[in-house]
Design a protein around this ligand. Structure first.
Ligand SMILES: *Cc1c(COP(=O)(O)O)cnc(C)c1O
Length: 392
């Protein structure tokens, strides 16, 4: 090798000298592909997720460590990580549904998912029936011979309805229908839908799993190996590939997920209960409060009630707007699940595509404020909310 020109030596770099030790953290394998000694191993790696790594769109060691970590937390056999939560949801819906198939979905859906389902029905020949999130009989009535999938969210946005996962999954299973659950709002710390009969769990890892508002990512976790291989292959076709550096950041976030979730949920209880007692507040929507339509279901299903809630002010929209422009610590921003407390106005942002009628049907008021609670000190958060309430 000493005879090589500098041009060639600059291209072919030395490998790390690991003389008997291994790194404590997972290295970032920032490479688009992998080189082989054996052509047969190369060919085999192309055809399956558990062969040798070949090309980054089909697998990467850093990403694989994350996939195995999340599959382990959710109790699944394997997982496919994607470039965003919508990447995972698209891979699963487009990968399992085709023209002529029927989908049963819960009414309150994440905005991006609702838009995707609309596209599936308008342009891809999929039909959909919407059901309430806790009504197994509605699933039984909606099932047709061509029904392929039931789609649920553990905790819905922004009114925090909780799905009756055991009942809904059982109704789907009786009919041989696959259940997919978006577990983003609960995280595997509060809920593991596969234990309640779901077949696939999807997450926006942008939220609690990574937890620091610094990346976009998604993942689909599978109870069944054949379904995993099918979506692994299709996600490669879609190109919704997760980046190794984002996977590394997500792994780092994942290590503190249980600690963060505990603090997120404790802080949320403080804010939700104090707001519920405040004279300027008309209603607080959080399943941890008795009186929320999902309170009893949530108390039986979840060890904590999540860190997203909504509330309405007595003064309606004007008061809501004043509140949002008056908070100092909480940030007016999209997303949730990060360490910072974020607030937004669903009617003009996350749910702006809904008609006034659809908004009313989903219980979202003109002045409803959504709060994604962070891990700051709860007294500082309450002091901020209190001063903003005093102005609104
Ligand atoms: C954010 C979110 C998504 C979409 O995830 P992205 O990472 O933004 O693509 C899907 N479902 C829920 C419940 C979410 O909160």
């Amino acid at each position: 090798m000493t005879s090589l020109h500098p041009d060639t030596r600059a291209v072919h770099l030395p490998k790390p000298p690991l003389n008997g030790s291994v790194p404590i953290t997972t290295p970032i394998y920032q490479t688009s592909g992998f080189a082989f000694d054996d052509p047969a191993v190369f060919a085999d790696g192309m055809s399956r997720p558990d062969g040798a790594f070949v090309y980054g769109r089909h697998g990467n060691p850093t990403v694989r460590v994350l996939e195995e970590a999340v599959a382990g937390l959710e109790g699944g056999v394997a997982a496919v990580a994607t470039a965003s939560g919508m990447g995972a949801i698209s891979a699963v819906l487009l990968g399992l549904l085709g023209a002529g198939d029927h989908l049963i979905a819960q009414k309150a859906l994440y905005g991006g998912t609702a838009a995707l389902v609309n596209d599936l029905t308008r342009r891809f020949g999929v039909s959909v029936t919407y059901v309430p999130e806790a009504d197994p009989d509605a699933v039984r009535q909606a099932v047709r011979p061509e029904t392929k999938m039931l789609y649920l969210e553990t905790i819905a946005n922004p009114m925090t309805q909780v799905a009756d996962l055991p009942g809904m999954c059982a109704a789907a299973r009786e009919a041989g229908v696959v259940t997919v659950v978006d577990n983003t709002f609960a995280s595997p710390v509060l809920c593991r839908p596969l234990e309640h009969g779901a077949d696939i769990v999807v997450h926006s890892m942008t939220k609690f799993l990574s937890g620091h508002s610094d990346l976009l990512g998604g993942i689909a976790v599978f109870a069944d190996d054949a379904m995993y291989r099918k979506i692994w292959s299709f996600a490669g076709e879609l190109g919704a590939t997760f980046d190794p550096f984002a996977a590394w950041l997500t792994l780092r976030g994942l290590q503190t997920l249980p600690l963060r979730m505990a603090r997120h949920c404790d802080n949320t209880r403080v804010l939700a209960t104090r707001l519920a007692e405040h004279p300027a507040v008309a209603a607080v929507h959080w399943p941890g409060l008795p009186g929320h339509p999902s309170y009893e279901l949530a108390a039986g299903l979840l060890p904590g009630f999540g860190a997203v809630f909504s509330f309405d002010l007595v003064g309606g929209r004007a008061a809501g707007e004043k509140f949002m422009s008056s908070v100092r610590l909480a940030l007016l921003a999209p997303s949730l699940g990060g360490v910072e407390t974020l607030i937004l106005h669903p009617a003009t942002t996350s749910h702006r595509s809904l008609t006034a009628e659809e908004l009313a049907r989903s219980g979202i008021g003109e002045g409803t404020v959504r709060v994604a609670v962070g891990i700051e000190h709860p007294d500082d958060l309450w002091a901020d909310f209190e001063q903003a309430l005093a102005q609104s």
